[in-house]
Design a protein around this ligand. Structure first.
Ligand code: B12
Length: 382
């Protein structure tokens, strides 16, 4: 590998990327994604369908692209112990206890682009970078570049960082010498099929067994319709009634299939050059969350991914957590939300929670308020 590759790797690592690896950009065989979409596993994420062709063929994203620089950012922190599970204390996905990683990693990618220009003499039109939201199969490229392997939980699992790695990609027209996948014999593995999934999982099925909503139709494949992460973050409407008990105290996202993975034992505190902790969010009690006003919501969740859920979305999730808490002292707050909140979405989930906590009788005066559309169905079926 020539000296420029080594310099590139070293300078990107210095920017805060914990893994820097290269792969050739050939079209994806596509089996995994096509099958996933055909099975409806994308739920209401229509953008996954709209961008499928681009995801499968990097030439549609950057004509002339030859290589991808795959980057991993370790966001593990030992400090983020969730408070011992006091009844109904909400749990957040770990990545959400940080400033929005899209906003903190992107500036790093912009600087990385400058580094490419400097070392290889290319122009801004010779590369494109993405973190999460681009039409890019990030885990596929990460697997090919050898960042880690795709686990039975569908995660890109790193032997150095476990499951706690965020991914970013730079497509480039530069022809980089590629790194090997972690086992050479899987280099040509058809994506998403066969032994490529769960390469280093062995017989372990902890993630599949632990999923409270049975979201894995088979190892390595997530059905978003049943995934708590999808339901509590991406779904903007009613959360299916049958999934609510399984959501337990997860208020935003879900890490269950990540947390139980034995590979996490290798995870070390991240350098945190590209992620900024907002661990104080984990200290919020359910009571405080149920009382949030729009102004407090904006203040507390500023610059975090949670802000995109908006107050009504968070209250919807909080109602489910409260309903699952078994804590009847939450009833006055829930009855108030069920009868008075401006959002029908919140009212509907609050009504469910009130019934689940055995307080249905307290809702009689609310009946008229709830008599419309979806919400009526929610209320009557209480
Ligand atoms: C849509 C999406 C979701 C959806 C669907 C999840 C899913 N499993 O597809 C929902 C909302 C449910 C979701 C949830 C989460 N997500 Co998400 N999500 C995405 C997104 C935008 C697209 C994923 C996608 O294309 N899915 C379609 C399926 C078919 O693709 P895939 O799972 O990537 O599978 C491919 C590879 O596994 C490959 N493959 C399998 N085996 C092998 C073997 C070899 C050798 C090769 C070459 C390829 C290969 O085949 C598949 C097709 O190419 C990516 C960002 C991105 N642009 O890629 C983030 C991303 C996958 N999400 C991420 C995170 C952190 C999460 C959550 C942990 C968040 C949380 N705590 O709540 C959960 C985890 C759920 C889970 N177990 O997957 C990270 C994952 C990082 C990592 N280390 O894997 C990503 C990469 C975002 C990022 N930039 O960091 N997510």
């Amino acid at each position: 590998m020539d000296a420029r590759h080594a310099e590139l790797r070293q300078r990107l690592a210095a920017l805060g990327f914990d893994d820097v690896r290269f792969a050739a950009l050939t079209p994806s065989p596509g089996g995994g994604l096509r099958e996933w979409l055909a099975s409806g596993h994308q739920a209401d994420m229509q953008w996954m369908e709209r961008t499928a062709e681009k995801r499968l063929d990097p030439q549609l994203v950057l004509p002339g692209a030859k290589s991808v620089i795959m980057l991993g950012v370790n966001y593990w922190s030992d400090k983020f112990r969730h408070p011992p599970s006091a009844i109904g204390h909400p749990r957040w996905a770990r990545y959400a206890l940080h400033e929005d990683y899209h906003d903190t990693i992107k500036p790093g990618l912009a600087v990385a682009g400058g580094v490419l220009e400097e070392i290889f003499g290319v122009r801004g039109t010779d590369y494109r970078y993405y973190v999460d939201t681009g039409p890019v199969l990030e885990r596929e490229w990460a697997a090919r570049a050898g960042i880690g392997f795709v686990g039975k939980n569908a995660m890109m699992i790193s032997r150095r960082h476990g499951n706690w790695l965020l991914l970013a990609a730079i497509f480039t027209k530069i022809e980089l010498t590629t790194d090997e996948p972690i086992r050479k014999k899987f280099r040509n593995q058809e994506a998403g099929k066969g032994p490529g999934v769960g390469l280093l999982c062995g017989k372990c099925t902890r993630c599949l067994d632990a999923c409270p909503t049975e979201a894995f139709p088979r190892p390595g494949v997530v059905d978003s319709r049943r995934c708590i992460s999808y339901q509590t973050i991406e779904n903007k409407g009613i959360i299916p009634r049958e999934l609510r008990p399984g959501i337990g105290n997860r208020i935003y996202g879900c890490d269950v299939c990540l947390e139980v993975c034995p590979w996490n034992r290798f995870a070390r505190e991240g350098r945190r050059l590209l992620v900024a902790a907002r661990g104080e969010i984990a200290e919020l009690t359910l009571r405080e969350i149920l009382e949030l006003t729009p102004v407090r919501f904006a203040e507390i969740f500023r610059r975090t991914p949670i802000k995109r859920l908006k107050l009504a979305g968070l209250l919807r999730n909080a109602c489910i957590v409260a309903g699952n808490s078994g804590d009847a002292t939450r009833l006055p707050q829930l009855v108030r939300l069920a009868t008075m909140h401006a959002s029908a979405l919140v009212r509907a989930h609050a009504v469910w929670a009130v019934f689940r906590l055995g307080g249905g009788a307290q809702l009689a005066p609310a009946r008229a308020v709830e008599m419309n559309g979806d919400v009526l169905a929610e209320y009557v079926a209480g």
